[in-house]
Write a protein that binds this ligand. Sequence first.
Ligand SMILES: [Zn+2]
Ligand SMILES: [Zn+2]
Ligand SMILES: [Zn+2]
Ligand SMILES: [Zn+2]
Length: 245
Amino acid sequence: MGYDVNRFVKCNDINIDLICNICRGVLEEGVWVPDCEHSFCRECINNWLSRRNVCPNDRQYLSLTQLKTIPRFMRNILDKLEIKCDFIGNGCPQVVTLESLRQHVSVCDFNPEKRVECMSGCGLIIKKADLESHNCVKALRQRVNNLIEDNMKCERTVSEVRHDLTSLRNDNKRINNLLDCLQKDVNRLLVDKQSSVSTECEGTSVPQTSLSTTSLSTAVKYNERNTRLVPNPYVLITPLHLLKL
Ligand SMILES: [Zn+2]
Ligand SMILES: [Zn+2]
Ligand SMILES: [Zn+2]
Ligand SMILES: [Zn+2]
């Protein structure tokens, strides 16, 4: 929502390009459409585009993504415009530049939201608007009640954290026990495996020997037959030769 034109000192000199065509006020957080060079307050155009997708000035298609912040030269002109304080109705006579308006409003003595220190004894920081009806004892009692409530919340949180911690410790113990059991199982399996391997080695020595003997006797028989067919000592290889090699 733009600033009321009548709040500006030289309201008749304000450039028409700095006026929002939706609220007819001076641009607040101005944005513009580079294609058509129309500008609006950000809030005004956002509300407008939530209902229809055309530029309010020329009815051409327009979407949120086409909006850009107004150019620096427009921003500079706006910043230098002189405007009366928001609380002129409360009696503030101040006229400030638009760029310093927000800062002034936050500290303006006529701003009912301005926070001040109670000088009647309690020293609490309260809204200026509440100063008249302020009662130090009542305010301090309320403050103490709030602190007690905050303290109780903290104690509840601490007790929940303690409870979680105990659960975690118990879980940790269970996991460690489980790991111990697993380790024992693994050790037992390793011992079983070792003993079964050594038994297997003993058991296979017999077949290996018998296999060697069988191979030996087959080779002897083969050579005996070859000896009968081809009596050539140079082509005869006996297992004894192989053993010598
Ligand atoms: Zn506007
Ligand atoms: Zn336009
Ligand atoms: Zn003021
Ligand atoms: Zn007080």
